[in-house]
Design a protein around this ligand. Structure first.
Ligand SMILES: NC(=O)c1ccc[n+]([C@@H]2O[C@H](COP(=O)([O-])OP(=O)(O)OC[C@H]3O[C@@H](n4cnc5c(N)ncnc54)[C@H](OP(=O)(O)O)[C@@H]3O)[C@@H](O)[C@H]2O)c1
Length: 352
């Protein structure tokens, strides 16, 4: 089903966690990539079924088997995407890496220093020696680090949106404290497994804050801002679950530092992103909307100001399964293998 041509080298890709939501989105994007051959699709409880059984929207890939894949999948792939639960990636990745595969991890298992894992993720990291070798795969901020990497830590959905929104002004020293990130997410962010939290009857018509000031993406946002030169930023982060399927919206608030004006913030955001194919900076106070970027690899950014309190307000919207997961992972793969970074990544949304 892949659109290859005879004279082009092909990257052999394995998707572990292919029966999940991020894995399904990876299959959808990779199937449209002219330089990729999907060689294996992994699952756990649903191993033994086919892709068609669990992802009926991917009918042309329907016969692809879902396999219980172990480290030896590295012998038949060039790149392994790990769309697995936290903790599982960290167990599996070292063996894949030692066998020579390049690994793009969509879980949070290679994004923080080892000592942060027990507190934020609830496990001791089993492969701390790989943490220092992992690069943080947010191309718009850290593009130069990615091509030579063997292990890419694909950013979380909230950190992608929050870091893209805040990085330009943080890097320019334009933000004071506190920095507040208020986030909304659709229920696909919780994965494919049905739980009472995402049950339709409890979610429709509801908006609920969760993991208040204790979400594992908090230190990831802070580290990304520090890494762009934003200093020792502390972020108060509160996500909310909303009755939508796809989409993340973050609204970030911070006081202007020193004599910074709204025009300064607007300027550095435009300078940072006007040439980026996947960041769309909106003008004239227009605010982002996750619905407009559904199905794409785009991050929309809107800039506002509360002149009365001297507060900068930067909002960003992404598709959590696109730029927040599978789309960004494919963007990272394109950089790893020297393809045009935008290959097979949609920029036009599905609307309404
Ligand atoms: N959903 C999002 O918006 C999003 C965004 C960014 C990052 N992420 C991260 O991406 C990862 C996957 O998220 P998701 O939402 O796609 O999850 P999901 O829908 O729950 O899918 C999880 C996948 O992992 C497989 N799996 C579970 N335990 C396994 C094991 N022990 N060994 C091998 N495979 C196993 C599942 O297989 P079976 O179904 O066959 O059991 C399934 O294919 C998570 O770490 C998540 O935090 C998710």
């Amino acid at each position: 089903m892949n659109m290859q041509t005879a004279d082009q080298p092909t990257v052999r890709a394995a998707v572990l966690g292919a029966s999940g939501y991020s894995g399904g989105e990876l299959l959808r994007l990779l199937a449209g990539h002219p330089r990729v051959q999907i060689v294996a699709a992994g699952a756990s409880e649903r191993a033994g079924l086919t892709v068609g059984d669990v992802h009926p929207h991917l009918a042309p890939l329907g016969a692809l088997p879902l396999e219980d894949l172990g480290p030896d999948v590295a012998d038949r792939c060039d790149v392994a995407f790990l769309a697995l639960p936290h903790g599982t990636s960290a167990q599996l990745a070292p063996a894949l890496l030692e066998r020579g595969a390049r690994v793009i991890d969509l879980a949070g298992d290679f994004r923080l220093p080892a000592e942060e894992y027990p507190g934020w993720y609830g496990f001791e990291h089993p492969a701390p020696e790989w943490l220092g070798k992992a690069v943080y795969g947010l191309p718009e901020l850290f593009r130069a680090d990615i091509p030579g990497a063997q292990l890419v830590a694909n950013p979380g959905c909230f950190p992608t949106a929050a870091a893209l929104a805040l990085a330009p002004a943080a890097r320019a020293g334009m933000l004071g404290a506190p920095v507040i990130v208020d986030a909304k997410t659709g229920v696909s962010g919780a994965g494919a497994k049905p739980t009472s939290t995402v049950h339709y009857a409890q979610t429709e018509g509801s908006v609920r804050p969760y993991r208040v000031a204790s979400h594992q993406h908090t230190p990831e946002i802070e580290r990304a801002l520090a890494a762009v030169g934003g200093g020792d930023v502390r972020v108060t982060f509160v996500p909310h679950l909303v009755p939508a399927v796809r989409g993340v919206l973050v609204t970030c608030y911070a006081p202007f530092a020193g004599r910074t004006t709204a025009g300064d913030v607007d300027r550095v955001i435009h300078e940072a992103y006007d040439d980026e194919p996947f960041v769309r900076v909106l003008g004239d106070g227009t605010m982002p909307d996750p619905k407009r970027v559904a199905g794409t690899n785009v991050c929309e950014i809107g800039i506002g100001v509360d002149a009365r309190t001297g507060t900068a307000i930067v909002a960003a919207a992404i598709d959590n399964l696109g730029k927040g997961a599978a789309g960004q992972a494919v963007q990272n793969m394109n950089l790893l293998f020297g393809f045009d970074e935008a290959t097979a990544l949609p920029v036009l949304g599905v609307y309404p």
